[in-house]
Design a protein. Structure first.
Lengths: 113, 110
């Protein structure tokens, strides 16, 4: 089992561009959560997907959107990138309702210039 | 509103010493208290966790102490080793998401 995988590892974009990050959950997991981790900070919850629907959302603007596919993989999209969007984006998977089992991927490092 | 407050921000400990990181929470509805360990370039990994019906949990060199009345819990790393150098986060799950503290950067001197 490869655990949670994320792609790409690193990404550099310029302000105003759009970006898509991808996540494949751990085998047996059906729920994907996304977190943003700014440098020197703890991860902040963005949103969670289950059964291809956004199940709950943190305090992030609508520029952040996502999608979950039938195979449980997920994408995070960020539009109109701002300098402040530079961060490590983490994907975590679990079985629904089993937050104590959330398993994190290595993250995608996004740099916005 | 920060629901989980962690201290210190950074910590330097001699090899073989005891590392202690503290966390205070605000929401009494929290019912599970994990600590995560994160190495550079990696995602956070669950290190140890405790439920509020016990006051202490030990796993190898790692111990969580929990004080429900004070709404505090702490991580103790005994016989700290250079390989323990990492960032540690206390956290509390709520509504199927995890609320993290700001982290403690631990450096163990060889």
């Amino acid at each position: 089992d490869a655990g949670v995988t994320q792609s790409p590892t690193h990404l550099i974009k310029t302000r105003g561009q759009q970006v898509t990050l991808r996540c494949s959950p751990k085998s047996g997991h059906d729920t994907v959560s996304w977190y943003q981790q700014a440098l020197g900070q703890g991860p902040q919850f963005i949103f969670q997907y289950y059964e291809e629907e956004e199940r709950q959302r943190g305090n992030f603007p609508d520029r952040f959107s996502g999608h979950q596919f039938p195979n449980y993989s997920s994408e995070l999209n960020v539009n109109a990138l701002l300098l402040g969007d530079s961060a490590l984006y983490l994907c975590a998977s679990s079985r629904v309702g089993r937050v104590s089992e959330q398993f994190f991927g290595p993250g995608t490092r996004l740099t916005v210039l | 509103q920060q629901q989980v407050k962690q201290s210190p921000q950074s910590l330097i400990v001699q090899k073989g010493g005891i590392s202690i990181i503290n966390c205070a929470y605000e929401n009494t509805a929290f019912d599970y208290f994990p600590w995560y360990q994160q190495f550079p370039g990696k995602g956070p990994a669950l290190l140890i966790a405790i439920r509020p019906d016990v006051s202490e949990k030990k796993e190898g060199r790692f111990t969580i102490s929990f004080n429900k009345s004070a709404k505090q819990f702490s991580l103790h790393i005994m016989d700290s080793q250079p390989g323990d150098s990492a960032t540690y986060f206390c956290a509390a799950p709520r509504d199927d998401k995890i609320i993290f503290g700001k982290g403690t950067r631990l450096h163990i001197l060889p």
